[in-house]
Ligand binder design. Structure first.
Ligand code: ATP
Length: 240
């Protein structure tokens, strides 16, 4: 589905990511964990085309995409929920979603063709609130609007940058529920998550990023051992 090879990227002339090799297989959910400043958001921005590649390659289904602009990568089936959500606060919930739905129409042959009403079923709180401006919604609700919008783009790969950060435990559980539903459908996921327990619950495998480099790869078995996640939390994250 998605691969990076010797991916180097950063800001201006200063690299922040160094030779990152990463794979997300078809239908796989892969987590990236690492401390603040490790380069996780930089990796997300580079994969979706908001940052230029300084070296190496990004491929989607074997095709090099590092020179494609962000909108083309979206058309190729890569959708991203960035940290900070980036919604149209003044516009209604319905307008926010319909804009994404219109963009999603460009993907005629999409494998995951979420209809508007199917997306609403995943997020029951939206019912009856279609005309409210999304700026009045809580942080958790806004996060869910951002995920709903990404799904209406009909992605094959959904990238979530810290979906649980700053949210109450009850809301985190709702987001975990949505992620698990998407995994069941067979969607590929790349999940950036500081909350290591949430990351382990929602993914098959993981990469540990430290100072812009992949320092560990964890297969399905080791990633789900409590001793591994405890050790990782102590070594890199200072939390669980
Ligand atoms: P966090 O969880 O805090 O977002 P992160 O792992 O996502 O951390 P990045 O935001 O990717 O880390 O930052 C990696 C490095 O890149 C840091 O050293 C940061 O200071 C630097 N950096 C991030 N954004 C910029 C920018 N716009 N210009 C210059 N340097 C930046």
């Amino acid at each position: 589905m998605l691969a990076t090879r010797r991916l180097t990227a950063g800001y201006g002339t200063v690299p922040v990511l160094f030779d990152v090799d990463l794979d997300v297989g078809d239908g796989e959910s892969v987590a990236i964990v690492g401390a603040n400043g490790a380069g996780k958001s930089t990796l997300v921005r580079t994969i979706c085309g908001l940052l230029r590649v300084m070296g190496g390659e990004i491929t989607k289904d074997g095709r090099a995409i590092q020179s494609e602009p962000p909108y083309r990568r979206a058309e190729l089936g890569i959708a991203v929920v960035l940290e900070g959500r980036h919604l149209f606060d003044e516009l209604s919930l319905e307008s926010n979603l319909r804009i994404a739905e219109a963009q999603g129409r460009k993907r005629r042959e999409a494998r995951f063709d979420f209809r508007f009403d199917e997306v609403l079923e995943l997020f029951p709180f939206m019912k009856g609130r279609m005309s409210a401006p999304v700026g009045v919604f809580s942080g958790g609700e806004q996060q869910m609007v951002a995920v709903a919008r990404a799904l209406l783009l009909k992605p094959e790969l959904l990238i979530l940058d810290e979906p649980s950060t700053g949210l109450a435990p009850k809301v985190v559980r709702e987001i975990v529920g949505v992620i698990q539903a998407l995994r069941k459908k067979g969607m590929s996921l790349l999940l950036i998550e500081q909350h290591i327990a949430v990351a382990a619950e929602c993914s098959d495998r993981a990469y540990v990023l430290s100072l812009g480099k992949v320092v560990q790869q964890l297969d399905q078995h080791s990633w789900h051992l409590p001793s591994t996640t405890d050790a990782l939390a102590r070594a890199y994250l200072g939390n669980r």
